[in-house]
Design a protein around this ligand. Structure first.
Ligand SMILES: [Cu+2]
Length: 345
């Protein structure tokens, strides 16, 4: 749809030119100098937002031009000099009906695709990975409940910590890492005040409200690093809690998850909690919980035993596992509840 509009086409071309620069050092989803319009979309949601925006830009331009032309015509044709004897006409029913109805029709026409898109971006269905985002004054915390529940804080990089490839006010020490072409459910909450987790290239901006769990989703279609910022005024450090999402290949993601689990002492996570590669219904979580208890027991057993070979085997490919694998690993474990169960919650 955006191809219809020359300005949008020009902007796409301009941003493509900027991106060509960025490609050399890995794709970076961020605002570029002299950029017009949005960042290039990398999720289905942002693509749809971009298209809707492009159509609305045409609509609003036509309306503005029409109003301008009518106003100019009135000023020239009916000023005191050109039209000394003014008409005494006051009401015109037909005209009033027309100028009331047409705007209503335009608004309704806009509302239909707008609400449809809103519904699309609002509901995380068939997601294969869940991450939890918690906003703090003034940093983000990320959890991976599907993968043993490890988590970490993400702080802005300042001054001497910045490397030449980093971006001042945007780079962080620990990035949220997600696999490419995977539907990710993002659960967002706040720990102190209201923050807002936003990544413009993903079309994601969701408030992190204390006492409330908000949900959104994204499916990044491009490998790269994507930047965003806290978008709800949250205090003096509001400008210093950027969001950085690193989209990597699925293999890289699995390797990263395994490393994180080993670092966190939760190696040997069974497959029960791994998001299956097949499509999963959004209401599957209650049914999962008995498995998760078992998984925690198994997990504790493994981490106390010194069987490194077995540990290595069990940590393999967390996002590619299916329910069959889960069933296999279930029958060897004890039912005993352990302290690590608490950790996984
Ligand atoms: Cu904030």
């Amino acid at each position: 749809m955006k191809k219809l509009f020359p300005l949008a086409a020009f902007v796409s071309f301009a941003s493509a030119a900027f991106n060509a620069f960025a490609e050399s050092a890995g794709y970076e989803g961020m605002a570029k100098p002299y950029q017009l319009n949005f960042q290039p979309p990398v999720t289905p949601v942002m693509e749809k937002l971009y298209d809707l925006h492009s159509v609305l830009l045409i609509v609003i331009t036509l309306i503005t031009v029409l109003v301008f032309i009518v106003m100019a015509y009135i000023c020239l044709r009916f000023n005191r000099k050109a039209n000394p004897v003014a008409s005494k006409t006051t009401h015109n029913t037909k005209l009033e009906i027309i100028w009331t109805t047409i705007p209503i029709l335009i608004l309704v026409a806009i509302a239909i695709p707008s609400l449809r898109l809103h519904y699309f971006m609002q509901r995380p269905v068939d997601t294969t990975l869940t991450v939890k985002v918690v906003g703090y004054q003034w940093y983000w915390h990320y959890d991976y409940p599907d993968n043993g529940g490890f988590g970490f804080d993400s702080y802005i990089l300042k001054g001497a910590d910045l490397k030449p490839t980093d971006h001042r006010q945007l780079s962080v020490d620990n990035r949220l890492v997600v696999p490419v072409d995977t539907k990710v459910r993002v659960q967002i909450t706040g720990a102190d005040v209201i923050h807002s987790w936003a990544v413009p290239a993903f079309g994601v901006k969701k408030d992190a409200v204390p006492g409330r769990l908000n949900e959104t989703w994204f499916e990044a279609t491009k490998i790269g690093t994507f930047y965003g910022q806290c978008s709800q005024l949250c205090g003096v450090g509001h400008g210093f809690m950027p969001v950085v999402v690193e989209v990597v290949s699925k293999d890289d993601f699995n390797a990263w998850v395994n490393k994180k689990k080993q670092d966190g002492g939760i190696a040997g996570e069974p497959a029960a909690k791994a998001p299956p590669s097949t499509k999963e219904k959004s209401d599957a979580s209650p049914a999962k919980s008995p498995k998760m208890d078992k998984a925690a027991a198994k997990n504790a057993k493994l981490s106390t035993s010194a069987g490194t070979k077995e540990t290595a085997k069990k940590t393999k490919a967390p996002i590619e596992k299916t329910d069959d694998d889960a069933a296999d690993s279930d029958d060897t474990k004890s039912e005993k509840s352990t302290p690590s169960e608490k950790e996984s919650e």
